[in-house]
Design a protein around this ligand. Structure first.
Ligand code: HEC
Length: 163
């Protein structure tokens, strides 16, 4: 019995120490000058969907749930946020080169259409982020509208993937 008690105490001690090792929060104050909505055509309903379903992992400001305060959960969330931002950051979208914007619109359409985004594990705790079939259709149609208007505005080689 003594040994079990001792192991339990050590584990509790480790858990407490873990609580002091915290990832930096993904929160940026100030005007969102490079946000996709500042320079590109994002209708309010589309922006609302992106904010609710994507911005927690694809922007410079995450709305943290309470359990992010508990380690190692906070680290796991941080891992997805860093990975998400690296692939696509709506807070910096307006600074992306044209060809990157073009590719990202295509990828957003693919990910949403294929129900790969928002990440399924995220939906377990964020039911409001789940997209209905109509919402998915709306988002995908918007990505087509964006790539079409880019194709109509810019020369093809400014949008093509670099060889
Ligand atoms: C819980 C965090 C999370 C949420 C919410 C989320 N994503 Fe992601 N997203 C990621 C991560 C992490 C990656 C990196 C690649 C991977 O792990 O699949 C990613 C990658 C992507 C990519 C790049 C795929 C590629 O081919 O490089 C796109 C596009 C994308 N997400 C779109 C979206 C859209 C649109 C939404 C909202 C409808 C969304 N994501 C919601 C975490 C998230």
């Amino acid at each position: 019995m003594k040994i079990v008690k001792r192991i339990a105490l050590v584990m509790a001690g480790v858990f407490i120490i873990l609580q002091f090792i915290r990832p930096t929060k993904n929160i940026t104050d100030g005007p969102p000058t490079s946000d996709i909505s500042t320079k590109l055509n994002v209708p309010p309903d589309v922006l609302g969907m992106l904010r609710t379903s994507c911005y927690d992992c694809h922007s410079n400001t995450t709305r943290y749930p309470w359990y992010a305060e508990v380690q190692p959960v906070g680290w796991l969330l941080n891992y997805d946020i860093q990975g998400g931002k690296q692939h696509l950051n709506f807070s910096e979208f307006a600074t992306y080169p044209l060809r990157r914007q073009f590719i990202k619109f295509q990828q957003i359409g693919e990910q949403v259409d294929g129900e790969e985004m928002p990440l399924p594990k995220y939906l377990v705790m964020h039911a409001d982020a789940r997209l209905s079939p109509e919402q998915r259709e709306r988002l995908v149609a918007w990505t087509y509208a964006m790539t079409d208007s880019m194709k109509a505005t810019y020369p093809p080689d400014s949008l093509a993937r670099r060889k």
